[in-house]
Design a protein around this ligand. Structure first.
Ligand code: GLU
Length: 496
């Protein structure tokens, strides 16, 4: 068989939907599994024309996930250009061929006329579609319409009898009745091709062997197959990927929260976790294993193992998987990934000294087990980096609002201030010593202390956490909290 060639063909909307990245990933996986080529093509004939910024959004989304392309607008390739608005001559010459063969015709109907006729069809209970008014005009009639000052688009004469059978690798055999389609515009009055024409011509010109795309495009394939036949093109193989749904089982959209790739990066998702997560949306490795390195996914990937039924984008699972990747990550690497988030939040210097970096590595080592997303460090675990943290409701309720808390915190501050050595062991000794002196369990000191110094009720080993903070900061946080609590300022907020 000839070399596998697939393409990812996004419109440059300036926005990369997570569903688009999913399509890109499946194409890439198939290409890499087969030792084939992954082509990037920008489809800018239907919507906005490309801008460098909008194309950059696509490059960045792909690069973020670790997908490289073998041919594309930036690196060229044997079948370029890879931006459709730069290929107009090719499309126009094919349109001329179709016109000459009588397989396409000029249509002079105005948008308003079309709309009026559609409305009439609706009123009569008919499906609103093109009625073929210009399908059989004589040259004289065309001349007359041109003389009226009308412009024309080009329509493809579809075959309306029989059926179109699509043999889809994922969806199986899908049959569409040809009576359902009407003559379709292939070249607009502007001279630009429509998506359908450009896509079919480019897939052939770029020697694409497998078209792997979202299932929304399955109905378009009926027209694409007819166009291919008219143009004498051997159709590629088709594989339509299942829908990606939100948790409520409707198509994943903004309503469900983040949908753009950038947002996931901003929310602290690791690209390698997202790679793994997206790969499992609609594809299964064949066993129960869920955490799979890219090489393993590439090795095991096949279109046959993709499911035809929709898959649900489960945010909790995405978080869980992200957490698994973070746990498995070397603390040095984790620190490197966390740093930009801290810098952005103004919690860390952009160019830290080796000592500061080593300290951050220790923070990451301590936190690694409990981190689901990188943003944890700028939200609830911000206490490592700043005295400005919130006292959570639970911390107020359980510990900070108790009558004996201010005094306990004061006493602890006193003891900790006196420590000669600031390490976990000495801190633990001081905390336990105080508990013994007060005749209470150690928890009765540990919990209020955590609530005071971090504002939270859960976290890593308190003694190791305190060790990573400055002794003087811990002491002043204890005193500050004691004063606030004594002043009644840490009462739980009224609920509801
Ligand atoms: N430009 C189309 C899209 O973004 C490509 C569809 C296709 O892969 O054929 O949906």
């Amino acid at each position: 068989m000839s070399e596998v060639r697939v393409r990812f063909a996004p419109a440059p909307t300036g926005f990369m939907h997570i569903g688009n990245l999913h399509t890109a990933l499946f194409n890439w996986l198939f290409a890499r599994n087969q030792g084939g080529k992954f082509v990037l093509r920008i489809e800018d004939t239907d919507e906005v024309r490309f801008t460098p910024e909008a194309v950059n959004v696509i490059y960045e989304g792909l690069r973020w996930l670790g997908l490289d392309w073998d041919e594309g607008p930036d690196i060229g390739g044997p079948y370029g250009p890879y931006i459709q608005s730069e290929r107009l001559e090719l499309y126009q010459s094919k349109v001329q061929e179709l016109l000459a063969a009588g397989k396409a015709y000029e249509c002079f109907c105005t948008p308003q006329e079309l709309e009026e006729r559609r409305q009439m069809m609706r009123a009569r209970g008919l499906p609103p579609r093109y009625d073929g008014r210009c399908a059989n005009l004589t040259e004289q009639e065309r001349e007359r319409l041109r003389a009226e000052g009308r412009t024309s688009c080009i329509r493809f004469r579809v075959k309306q009898t029989g059926k179109t059978v699509i043999k889809d690798i994922i969806q199986g055999e899908v049959v569409y009745d040809n009576s359902l389609i009407a003559d379709s515009i292939i070249q607009k009055t502007s001279g630009f091709p429509t998506y359908h024409l450009a896509c079919v011509i480019d897939d052939a010109a770029m020697k694409i062997t497998h078209v792997i795309r979202a299932v929304e495009h399955l109905p378009n394939t009926q027209l694409h197959l007819q166009l291919q036949e008219a143009l004498g093109i051997e159709p590629p193989q088709y594989a339509h990927l299942p829908l990606v749904l939100g948790p409520d089982r409707t198509k994943l959209s903004k309503r469900h929260g983040a949908v753009s790739v950038v947002e996931y990066a901003k929310m602290g998702y690791l690209p390698e976790a997202m790679f793994n997560f997206l790969a499992l949306l609609g594809w299964a490795p064949g066993d129960e294993q869920e955490i799979l390195p890219p090489q393993e996914i590439i090795k095991r990937f096949s279109l046959q193992a993709c499911s035809a039924s929709p898959s649900v984008f489960d945010m909790q699972k995405a978080e869980w998987m992200n957490g698994e990747y973070i746990k498995a990550m070397a603390p040095e690497e984790l620190a490197r990934r966390v740093l930009p988030f801290l810098v952005e939040a103004g919690l860390f210097e952009a160019d830290p000294s080796p000592e500061r970096m080593a300290w951050l590595v220790r923070v990451c080592e301590l936190m690694r087990e409990r981190v689901k997303r990188l943003t944890v460090f700028t939200t609830w675990a911000r206490y490592f980096f700043t005295d400005e943290y919130e006292y959570e409701q639970r911390a107020r309720q359980k510990w900070l609002n108790r009558e004996d808390t201010p005094q306990k915190l004061e006493m602890l501050a006193e003891r900790l201030q006196k420590l000669q050595r600031w390490d976990a062991e000495s801190i633990e000794e001081a905390v336990r010593g105080l508990a013994a002196e007060l005749g209470v369990g150690a928890g009765q000191v540990i919990h209020p202390c955590r609530a005071a110094v971090t504002g939270t009720t859960i976290g890593p080993s308190l003694f190791h956490l305190l060790e990573l903070l400055e002794q003087s900061d811990v002491v002043s946080r204890l005193r500050r909290t004691a004063a606030l609590a004594a002043g009644g300022q840490l009462r739980p907020a009224q609920e509801g």
